[in-house]
Design a protein around this ligand. Structure first.
Ligand SMILES: [Zn+2]
Length: 576
């Protein structure tokens, strides 16, 4: 190889490396492991069956920080199959897997009940999954159940609720105060399940928690059985949630709890409310939790009926800050307003008027628990709407100006580090901007709709159309576009899929009589409509981001300068 060729090769090599590096910088795609794919995608061993019901029994060994349990999974075949992928994270150990009870089989189009035959199933535990081989191929419509016995030392959470795992704390008097937080980490950190958000148990779940007699155990939904186990110092609390539930929301709480109750007369009738707190906090809780009923009324106004009347509403003191566990919300905000006493909207003051954890985590009952994203890449569906529920709550009690200020104040938390939507199929969440930027995006779209009745109908429509469903971003986008009276796709693309903040350039004509507008720093076709003149003049944009012209005057110019307070854009005057 002569010198010239070597030089060309080197240049070419450098060029290829540079372009690869450049592409990597542009996409900044993280690397994903085989375990991420097994967990995040619906492969052939997960997609043929649909979970109907989880029946979970767990006995924690509080001293040794270990658990033992049995989980019966009731499922139906939606296509033929005989190998199931269950998720169960290391270092938990499966002891045996058997079939249990009667099950149904489809014979000549009819469901027939079969007698109880116990089978021991072959299984293989590797990485964070368990592959179970059934004794026969299930046919479409078959209903079957398997029971998994397991034990071990589950991952312990170091900084719950952010890292996830079991939380083995003590209360002020030294009594055990134990719970679990597994959003992100996944329910398979403590019980075997299909750990994918697309498959919620259609008929809910039962959670039986076995604890020492001196302690109380709480779960989701309603207490259906309280049983002292004979010849032991143990009591079993059995809780039942009737509605479909995210597996990460199924949570035990164990401690020296006291209970007080209330009833809401809401949009669907009587809703039972249960509060559970440690004994020393009863008085503080009775004061702070007065916010719950007005909050539920406010959210029913904006979003429609509370989605889980059958299961009640519960707020439970937890050994961590808080989490949206369905019909069993975790609370740990020190019985103070704000977010641990601080205002997440900067110094607007509105964030200190109410308890962040009560409001935000309860908002998730509508967005997150009622409507759930199938893939966690689409977690904005949970967090953007729920973060926006804070603005709506503020508006309901303190008015529109307060809501605008609160929403604008949240912008200081926006990072624009990466897109809000994550990578699909690999158990990957997008940017934490799904909270405050997502909330600002919804507020922006609301102002562009410029019709509060239509906007509220849109929110009610979402919670009705996708009632107790798992969804994709596309479904939510299509619904918004079909009901908003405008196709917001380019706007959604801009805020969910890029990190640029559009700039609105405005130009005053030489004769000072008219003003025209142009969007820059945005995707092609970005066309967010704007309203001026006290919401009577609409500015519309073509596919090149150019607007119609409007009459210029001093009041309008001032209004234009303030548009960035209502719409998440920057505004710049362009000289002629
Ligand atoms: Zn949240």
């Amino acid at each position: 190889m002569n010198k010239k060729i070597i030089t060309i090769s080197l240049i070419l090599l450098c060029y290829i490396s540079f372009t690869t590096l450049h592409a990597q910088l542009l996409t900044n795609k993280p690397t994903f492991t085989h375990a991420d794919t097994l967990r995040g995608s619906l492969n052939e061993n997960r997609s043929w069956w649909n979970v109907l019901y989880y029946d979970i029994t767990v006995t924690p060994d509080i001293i040794n920080k270990e658990i033992s349990g049995a989980v019966t999974i009731n499922a139906t075949a939606i296509s033929k199959g005989n190998i199931l992928q269950l998720d169960l994270q290391q270092p938990l150990i499966v002891d045996k897997i058997i079939s249990k009870g009667n099950y149904f089989k489809v014979v000549n189009g009819m469901k027939e009940s079969l007698p109880t035959i116990q089978h021991n199933y072959q299984f293989q535990q590797k990485e964070n999954i368990v592959l179970v081989t059934l004794n026969e191929t299930k046919q479409i419509g078959d209903i079957f159940s398997i029971t998994i016995y397991y034990h071990g030392k589950p991952k312990e959470a170091k900084t719950p609720p952010w890292d996830g795992g079991w939380i083995w704390k003590k209360d002020y008097q030294g009594n055990p105060f134990v719970s679990v937080a597994v959003q992100g980490l996944g329910a398979s950190a403590w019980f075997p399940c299909k750990d994918h958000q697309s498959d919620e148990p259609d008929n809910g779940a039962t959670l039986k928690i076995v604890v020492p007699d001196s302690l109380v155990a709480i779960g989701n939904g309603k207490l259906i059985e309280l049983k002292k186990l004979t010849n032991t110092n143990l009591t079993a609390y059995t809780w039942r949630v009737k509605n479909p539930i995210n597996s990460y929301c199924i949570i035990p709480y164990i401690g020296k709890y006291k209970n007080f109750t209330d009833t809401l007369i809401g949009m669907k009738g009587e809703l039972s409310i249960n509060f559970w707190v440690l004994e020393e906090n009863v008085n503080k809780a009775k004061e702070q939790f007065k916010q719950v009923k007005p909050m539920l009324h406010a959210f029913e106004y904006w979003f429609g009926a509370y989605p889980f009347y059958e299961d009640g509403y519960q707020l439970i003191e937890a050994p961590h800050l808080g989490m949206e566990h369905q019909s069993a919300i975790a609370y740990g905000n020190n019985f103070k307003n704000g977010y641990l006493g601080t205002d997440r909207s900067g110094n607007t003051g509105w964030g200190l008027k109410w308890d962040f954890i009560i409001i935000h985590e309860s908002g998730h009952e509508w967005f997150g628990n009622n409507i759930t994203a199938k893939d966690i890449a689409d977690m904005w569906i949970h967090e953007s709407f729920t973060t926006y529920s804070e603005t709506l709550y503020t508006e309901y009690f303190f008015g529109k100006q307060a809501a605008n200020e609160y929403n604008y104040g949240q912008r200081k938390n926006i990072r624009n580090d990466k897109p809000i939507i994550g990578y699909y199929g690999v158990n990957n969440e997008g940017s934490s901007d799904m909270y405050d930027k997502g909330s600002n995006m919804i507020h922006t779209i609301r102002h562009a709709i410029n019709n509060d009745k239509k906007f509220r109908n849109l929110l009610h429509g979402l919670t009705k159309k996708f009632y107790h469903k798992t969804v994709t971003t596309k479904q939510i986008e299509n619904y918004i576009n079909s009901k908003a009276g405008f196709n917001f796709q380019k706007v959604l693309d801009q805020y969910l899929r890029t990190t640029q903040i559009p700039t609105l350039n405005y130009r005053i004509a030489a004769d000072n009589k008219t003003i025209s507008f142009q969007y820059t720093n945005c995707i092609k076709g970005f066309n967010l409509p704007l309203w001026l003149n006290n919401n009577t003049t609409k500015i519309i944009f073509d596919e090149n981001g150019k607007s119609n012209t409007i009459q210029a005057n001093q009041t309008i110019i001032k209004e234009i300068e303030n548009l960035s307070k209502l719409y998440y854009i920057t505004v710049e005057k362009v000289n002629r």
